[in-house]
Design a protein around this ligand. Sequence first.
Ligand code: ATP
Ligand code: FE2
Length: 337
Amino acid sequence: MTVLGIESTAHTCSIGIVDEGAKVLALAGDMYKPPKGGIHPREAANHHVEMLPVLLERALAEAHVSPKEIDGIAFAQGPGLGPCLRAGATVARALSLAWDRPLLPVNHCVSHIEIARVLSGLDDPMLLYASGGNTQVIAYGRGRYRVLGETIDVGIGNFLDKLWIALGGTFPGGPQLEAEARKGSSLYPLPYSVHGMDVAFSGLLTASLALANQGVARADLAFSVETTAYAMLTEITERALAHRQMKHVVLGGGVACNERLRSMVRAMVEERGGTMFAPPRNLCVDNGAMIAWTGELARRSGLAVPISASAVDPRQRTDKVRAPWRDQGAGALPGVN
Ligand code: ATP
Ligand code: FE2
């Protein structure tokens, strides 16, 4: 079985092809970079419309497969920006019709979990999903992935990007802030905003900008911001583990590329006798392979839809969609005990 997946929820459009063992046969992507400031949904969607046919050619060539060998077409149905989602869904519908293959809608957040889960070999991990638009602690329970805690304002990546741009930098800010933080060592106190298993970042943004205005060195500011924000994420993940009596954690989302976040979560998890796993960076950020793999799980569970039921859902919550493959036993995942 070979499934093709299309990701186009926000900045990134990407096409991945995976086989039934979650082996990534091809991954081709491109990121829309706004000329200045934040993302403009329609501009990003135009970028995706232009790029998706190019990426399709590239992915098929890289995987050495012909359209006849593709068994399903998966696409990110939500959450995300409406125009961007529609660009990917339209290409998916066209391919499904042209190649006469099942159309498989996939929740973007669930796909971050599934790719991390299959690569980790951990059957039932907690997921810390930290990306631009999303920050959630997620675990499986009774047919669905449940959000145990999340940001109550912006996603952590959006917070990091906003801060970096306000400091005069360019998008994406997360990786550049990480490089800057490596040079810093003084820890300035910043608002630490944890509410049960939820977090908030707007106070942290205001206070960070105030420190910058007071002339605090950029490296020390970056170090303090990372230390505070990642400690918040580590704390809510630990609380979720304790409540659910779970041990293992997988990371997903673009901010999961961050070494500091990885090491802080790893230290916490290992202290509790568990294992922490983070996918390679190209599979942490938004990518078509995670959509393709989750599409394959959906295909096995009979979740293909007709075109008439394939509308995108910009606000689709992680816990709105079913994950019946989880109840079908670990057999749904290759090599997982
Ligand atoms: P989602 O729809 O899941 O919210 P997204 O559009 O935010 O996705 P991702 O590719 O998952 O896309 O994440 C992008 C975010 O990750 C950006 O905010 C970026 O700054 C951040 N990021 C990437 N690398 C790092 C890093 N090394 N450290 C911190 N943040 C990072
Ligand atoms: Fe994402």
